[in-house]
Design a protein. Structure first.
Length: 368
């Protein structure tokens, strides 16, 4: 309760105030009864005045009626119940007025807002990387605040049954044991995805091919019926598995597109030919797969002579950080990316590069 609320409460319930007796009621018991009823009436009005949108006045002072825009908050409302208009108002409050029309055009309601990802924002037309990052951070903060913050145990935050991947904020609330189980099961799911759809094969487009779509449904059914791949206590069920498959395929298509761009850019003939010879000998003459093609491109693309200490110094000076451990990818490296015109390596791209170079960039940066 704030200071202003304390003052209001004290003004409403001034216990030193003398309540005059009603005419015709002189007994002390009747006076106490009347006082109790008056206090209950005042308390009832005061509680109503605390509710968003109420305009009940207390002691002659009208309480300002909050607009619906100000009252749209994940702590008061279930995000799943939000309409398209509620999402619009939330965007306005958070300073994303330019994106309102984009969300309206796609009919983004509360449920859709929960499932939205950064790649989806790009497809919707949110052009700049900075706006996409800020918007995703706000959405994750919103979904995180919708959990029960008053609970002392992490399980209380997940009391409602759900079937989706946890947000970053939600994963922070897991115990170390639960987080380990959750991440292990996700890795097992991705491993099954790679077995079902090998990386050296064409990446499927499930929406355009009924055969691929049927294969996806059968794959999800198989995994969700096996307890070793599910963790329904924290939402890792059928929908979450399907979401992981679709996200993995989007990332794979992005990696394939990047690999083609790197191949098309002319590399120094000497380094490329040397690597090609090494690859052909290691693969026993077999045609290079996507992994090998990307590794070949990275040899000439990076500067392997840059030492770990040099990388750390560049990052720390550019970001004005005391230690490399203080550098955060989502907040700090995006700034560095814009400053030097760099791109960020992720997931398998990062592993390929680190395995290819003896001393890699600690922050996984590459020159554009």
């Amino acid at each position: 309760m704030t200071d202003s609320e304390d003052d209001q409460y004290c003004g409403v319930l001034d216990m030193d105030q003398k309540i005059p007796p009603s005419p015709g009621h002189s007994s002390e018991g009747e006076m106490d009864k009347q006082a109790d009823e008056e206090v209950r009436d005042i308390l009832s009005k005061w509680k109503k005045s605390k509710r968003p949108g109420s305009a009940v006045s207390v002691k002659g002072k009208p309480v300002e009626k909050k607009s619906k825009i100000e009252s749209v908050d994940a702590e008061d409302d279930d995000v799943n119940e939000w309409t398209v208009e509620d999402v619009q108002k939330w965007l306005n409050v958070k300073g994303f007025k330019e994106e309102c029309e984009l969300f309206r055009a796609e009919n983004i309601c509360g449920k859709a807002l929960r499932a939205i990802e950064r790649a989806d924002l790009k497809e919707m037309g949110v052009k700049t990387m900075g706006r996409r990052i800020l918007l995703i951070d706000e959405i994750q903060a919103l979904l995180g605040s919708s959990c029960n913050h008053t609970a002392t145990e992490s399980d209380h935050s997940f009391s409602k049954p759900m079937d989706r991947l946890l947000t970053h904020s939600e994963k922070k609330k897991l115990t170390m044991e639960d987080k380990g189980i959750y991440n292990t099961k996700k890795k097992m799911i991705i491993s099954e995805v790679c077995k079902e759809w090998p990386e050296d094969k064409e990446t499927p487009w499930f929406g355009k091919n009924t055969t691929d779509t049927g294969k996806l449904v059968a794959f999800v059914d198989r995994l969700q019926s096996d307890e070793q791949f599910t963790y329904k206590k924290y939402g890792l069920g059928r929908n979450a598995i399907k979401e992981m498959v679709l996200t993995h395929m989007r990332e794979r298509r992005r990696a394939q597109k990047d690999a083609k761009l790197h191949e098309s850019s002319a590399s120094p003939a000497g380094s490329t030919s040397t690597v090609s010879t090494d690859d052909s000998s290691s693969n026993n003459g077999s045609p290079p797969g996507l992994f090998d093609k990307k590794r070949m491109a990275y040899v000439s693309y990076f500067n392997p002579e840059l030492t770990q200490a040099s990388c750390d110094c560049i990052v720390l000076v550019a970001l004005d950080k005391p230690s490399i451990s203080n550098v955060q990818r989502s907040k700090d490296l995006e700034k560095l990316k814009k400053l030097f015109g760099l791109s960020l390596l992720r997931g398998k791209d990062k592993n390929i590069y680190q395995g290819n170079c003896q001393c890699s960039y600690p922050t996984c940066l590459r020159r554009s």
